[in-house]
Design a protein around this ligand. Structure first.
Ligand SMILES: [Zn+2]
Ligand SMILES: [Zn+2]
Length: 317
């Protein structure tokens, strides 16, 4: 029987409390590309100083960024990715891979990834560390873990993530991805489908969400092609929400975020939700591998490459 406690307990919540906001995601994306100083973030993202100040503070408080003085007079600080920030790398890579495959093309040259160990342009894939099989959401089972008890109470409500104007165009993260990840509820509604929920009422109950908010997010998820609807009853008409291929491809991102939330923000007693990989029976430990050589990908052996026509041509040869 399905237990909606899985959904409330899962560390996807915890991860989204830390990074589930468009500006936070864009700041992190800049940090990946080596931006460290306040003015540089501001110039590149074109956002209000107060917004940038409070987002940087939030990331420092959650130890995703580390603030270090680089000048004494005047006192100035720079912001570097700390261990927690660097550990978001798998989520960032899977996001980029999803975006390349599924998000509508923009006028910016997309970012491709080169695996330095084999030299090829790579598409990161998420595999099970035990059996090496590619992770398919339909092959994953869930059980409550030791930390589940401590999160049965509702987690404190974070400020609602609002759309404060449209993000500047100078971002490598697609608007679709920002919409899917940069909001407190959208990714959680998508996540319910991975836990096997299909009906409005079941989702509403599992998330303890106001019907109008859930209806709004479901409508957007259908518009974005993450869900498709299926009539399972007429008079009155009732719909099932089913994942599309594009929606299913979103799973590795959520899995990477859950893994990250478990690792850094779970209760001391342990992960609240334990995932197991049905084909091998092992506890699922996701790892990223290169689509070309099968070698492991990490932050040291992957380099971003702008997809200029010559890069694309050289790849096609
Ligand atoms: Zn496995
Ligand atoms: Zn490779």
């Amino acid at each position: 029987m399905f237990d909606s406690a899985y959904i409330r307990a899962s560390s996807v919540n915890r991860a989204l409390d830390v990074i589930g906001d468009r500006w936070l995601i864009m700041i992190l994306q800049q940090a990946w590309f080596g931006v460290r100083r306040f003015d540089d973030f501001q110039t590149r993202l074109e956002l209000a100083r107060s917004t940038l100040t409070n987002r940087l503070k939030h990331l420092v408080e959650h130890e995703v960024l580390v603030r270090e003085a680089y000048s004494d007079r005047p006192r100035r600080y720079e912001y570097r990715l700390g261990p927690r920030g660097r550990a978001l790398y798998p989520a960032a890579l899977m996001s980029l891979a999803w975006q390349q495959r599924w998000a509508p093309p923009t006028d910016q040259a997309p970012v491709l990834l080169r695996h330095l160990d084999c030299g090829a342009l790579t598409t990161p894939r998420m595999h099970c560390a035990d059996c090496g099989g590619e992770v398919d959401p339909r092959d994953v089972d869930y059980a409550l873990g030791p930390g589940a008890r401590e999160v049965s109470a509702r987690s404190p409500r974070r400020r609602r993530s609002t759309v404060e104007g449209q993000p500047a165009t100078r971002t490598l993260v697609s608007h679709e991805l920002l919409e899917l990840l940069g909001d407190r509820w959208t990714p959680q509604v998508a996540a319910t489908a991975f836990f096997g929920l299909r009906r409005f009422e079941d989702m509403r109950e599992a998330l303890e969400l106001a019907p109008n908010i859930l209806a709004d997010r479901l409508r957007r998820l259908v518009e974005l092609g993450i869900f498709r609807t299926e009539v399972y009853q007429t008079r009155p008409q009732r719909l099932h929400y089913r994942l599309t291929d594009k929606g299913r491809a979103f799973y590795p991102i959520l899995l990477a975020l859950m893994d990250w939330g478990d690792r850094w923000y779970a209760p001391a007693t342990g992960a609240p939700v334990i995932l197991s990989h049905r084909p091998c029976g092992a506890t699922l430990r996701p790892q990223l591998v290169c689509s070309v050589c099968g070698g492991l990908l990490d932050s040291h052996n992957v380099a971003p490459v702008a997809a200029t026509p010559s890069v694309v041509r050289s790849q096609q040869r």
